[in-house]
Design a protein around this ligand. Structure first.
Ligand code: AMP
Length: 299
């Protein structure tokens, strides 16, 4: 049986976290020199406790206000792009759990190949595993004096949302939306510079308008000449895997939208097009135009 199937069977809600493959996964991680230092017997409750400890507010916040923001949205919608822009503007860290997972994948060994099996097939990794990775990242940030966060790619399940809500006060959840025709094209066009990590997109999206929706034009976001020869694609940005990621988003993550909607924390934001059109509108929706203008004037 494929590893991904095994993991999913073992991660059914009816299964206790201990004595599962996840415990093995996490035990393996704890002995990996490059992996997070995890308790060998960690389960969801212990992962929650780790998160609580690492997400408590730093005694010396670097800014007057802490931002605890979350970005939700389908794969390819642009969470990383806008989260990273807001992170620079607000001076809070942008934490993408997908990046944390990819860092783990770059280590060698059995664990990494098992994780790869999940990620490269578009499946989610177990809740306790991702919570532990996030805790470790928050803890490292706290030690450097970081405070607040803009989370991108977390939470992706209601369990993750419940745990986050139990340990920290998320003040805003921005739910980015984009017409479905554009999502697949954006994932397939995504390119990353293997040297500097810059994100680009070679897709030129031009969707005709009709009676219901206006035309949507998203120009490519091309790399500078020195990155051109170093571009790579993510292994999970193939057509088959993107379709699976979209299916999993609808099944597992859409309920998270409802979770935050019920708590009055969800801001729905429909992207009207590419960055030049969308960024100013997003700033307006977040009441951040003045701050942006001030910072642009100083720069
Ligand atoms: P992303 O870069 O956000 O598309 O994430 C890449 C992959 O990392 C996902 O397809 C999942 O396999 C894994 N991943 C990232 N964040 C989470 C999460 N919160 N829960 C479970 N799996 C995750």
């Amino acid at each position: 049986m494929a590893v991904s199937h095994r993991l999913f069977r073992l991660y059914s809600p009816a299964t206790t976290a201990k004595n599962t493959f996840s415990s093995f996964l996490i035990r393996s991680l704890s002995s990996s020199p490059s992996g997070p230092t995890l308790d060998p017997e960690i389960d969801l409750e212990e992962a929650r406790a780790q998160l609580e400890k690492s997400s408590s507010t730093s005694p010396t916040p670097s800014k007057d206000r802490n931002f605890h923001w979350v970005f939700l949205g389908c794969p390819g919608v642009g969470k990383g792009t806008y989260a990273s822009r807001l992170s620079s503007l607000l001076g809070v860290p942008h934490i993408a759990t997908g990046d944390l997972v990819r860092d783990e994948l770059s280590s060698s060994g059995l664990l990494s190949s098992q994780l790869k099996e999940l990620v490269n097939h578009g499946k989610l990794v177990p809740d306790e595993f991702i919570i532990s990775l996030l805790s470790k990242r928050l803890q490292a940030g706290k030690e450097k004096g970081e405070s607040g966060y803009i989370l991108d790619g977390f939470p992706r399940t209601v369990t993750q949302a419940e745990i986050l809500e139990g340990v920290t006060n998320v003040d805003l959840v921005i739910n980015l939306k984009l017409r479905e025709e554009a999502l697949l094209a954006k994932c397939l066009g995504r390119r990353i510079c293997s040297e500097c990590g810059g994100n680009y997109n070679v897709a030129c999206i031009d969707i005709k308008g009709d009676d219901v929706s206006p035309r949507m034009y998203m120009p490519p976001l091309l790399p500078p000449p020195n990155c051109e020869s170093k571009l790579i694609s993510r292994a999970d940005d193939t057509e088959e895997v993107v379709k699976e990621r979209l299916r999993i988003y609808n099944k597992m993550t859409q309920p998270v939208e409802e979770f935050y909607r019920k708590r009055g924390k969800l801001l729905e934001f429909e992207l009207p097009g590419g960055i030049p059109e969308s960024w100013p509108k997003l700033l307006r929706a977040l009441h951040l135009e003045d701050l942006y203008d001030k910072q642009s004037a100083i720069a």
